[in-house]
Design a protein around this ligand. Sequence first.
Ligand code: PLP
Ligand code: SF4
Length: 379
Amino acid sequence: MNTYDTRPDAYQSVSLDDWTDWRWQQRHQLRAPEDFEGVLELSDREYRGFSQTEGDFRVGVTPYYASLMDPSDPDCPVRRQGLPDPEEARRADFERRDPLAEEEHMPVQGLTHRYPDRVLFYVTHHCPVFCRHCTRKRKVSDPKTAASTGQIEQGLEYIRQNRDVRDVLVSGGDPLTLSDDRLMAILGALRDIDHVEVVRLGTRNPVTLPYRVTESLCDRLAEVAPIYLNTHFNHPREVTSEAQRALRRLLSAGCVLGNQMVLLRGINDDPETVMDLNRRLLSAGCRPYYMLQCDMAQGITHFRTSLRRGLEIMDHLRGRIAGMGVPDFVVDLPGGGGKVELVPQYLEERSRGDAFDEVVFRNWRGETYRFADIVEEYS
Ligand SMILES: *Cc1c(COP(=O)(O)O)cnc(C)c1O
Ligand code: SF4
């Protein structure tokens, strides 16, 4: 079963070759309300979403991703990630245009250097799907801010000059939007820098456009292996047979796969959905890396969940799925504080003893266990 067999009416005359061709999918990105006719039934609310977000953050959905949407349910978890909502136009005092202060920590345009050993390198502002919850919506989807060849060269030069940079995360936008040649030129240049030990790609293409992961691309990725590739599945419905095939190819090309999901209200903010997603990802060879708290970017407050909700989900995962399926629950602090991890409280009590302390733990089932902790004097 794949999406071609169940494609919406509007695509009945499309050939299988076109449907599975990523360039065809990119060219046929759905952008305006009319484009969705014959694909799904837009709700009044979604129509208002289009008019109220105009000029703010573009709509863009691949026919592939649209075919995963429930045509008659506006609350469909895939649909809500791709179609605009009037709430996006609302502004709250605490929201920020650049919540993670990525622009402030840019030694050169298009590169954020926040941690000592690693940098975030933005190589494009385009994506197959413009996710409504995107934290970089201030610039993603805006062709005016796209990275030029000169800017990319400047970023590479910065990395060459800074021997502390061991780890480069190539991101965007979605770097797999670039042609194979352009992408490989960047990855190849990074591999040629002796002090760069780790090269990473952050891409949502396995979710939004899995046909992008062609055999020819994978042959070339294999030449620069291992690439740490983190993708962004948010819901089990996104783990289709096409997505699984894309992940399998990337594994064969020597990629190390991880997933960074974002907790989104009404989409994936319950323990069973996250459990189901993580099981499917593990079986496809992709390890859940982060479960990210939705941040304080403008117009995404309606997607946010409480920190307590995230902790409840974490509490549910531990013990019920292998540790490999338990991501770190992370908050990226506003203003550029970086990522911090939140962990449910398992240590309930500590009482002072002479030779050792008695510690009371709660396990994943809620039972208590006692543990004798060594009392060490560190000077
Ligand atoms: C998240 C992030 C990274 C990647 O770091 P991790 O080790 O994957 O957490 C690097 N730079 C910036 C600015 C980031 O926000
Ligand atoms: S793919 Fe990533 S960068 Fe692009 S819109 Fe979605 S979240 Fe933002």
